[in-house]
Design a protein. Sequence first.
Length: 258
Amino acid sequence: MLTITLAAVLAVLGTGLVLAYVHKANTRAIEGMQAVTVIVAKTDIPSGTSAGAALREGMLASQKLPASSVPSDAVRSISSDLDPLVTSASMQSGQLLLRPTLVRAAQTTGGVAIPPGMVAVTVQLCVQEAVAGYVHAGSSVAVFDTFPVKGAGMQRTCDVSHQVPAFTAIGTQILLSKAEVLSVGIAPQSTPSTTTSPGTSALSSATSQGAELVTLAVSQVDAERVIQVAETGMPYLALLTPESHTHNDTGPVQLFKP
């Protein structure tokens, strides 16, 4: 009788656990299928349009989508803090409004919103140099430069590994400790070109295969540094969070010694 009683109790407990698991699984599935409200572009929206104005003018509208298909950074409603923010890039009809695409109001020139006192400069980067595609408009990044310490040339291509001449001293140094990304685009297909700068040998620019165009908001001085690095060095981005710590280096960190 004791054995039969224990078997019956275990059977009841096992059945209860199975039913509880199935119930939780069903609940998760139902939650994923439940509709959530998101903001979607009803018409094409130019860059620099404020979220509040777009909503009032009917360019933005609420739409219900399955929760499982909605990204975590999708805008659910235009709240008072989002109302004055503007789109950092043009939006197409039917496009989901994401929070990183809304930035503070700034002067809009050439289809991109530029913060007051800043200039926009674009640099072409390979995917790995642009943090594997995780960099987007509104991101904060640090810019690094890898360069020949002794003036030797470097070859940059996006479809193969970076190459440097044998027995060449190479260093890496932070260029900008923090910069705002205005936009990110795919570089058009082109053939590699070769440029020569004073004091260095010929440098082969990155091919456009797997390349991205990242536009940064920087000061004039920083723009000059970014342009110089893009032409003579090897720029590299690091994605920042509010808790990230970056600082200017006192000197280049030598990676390879002759």
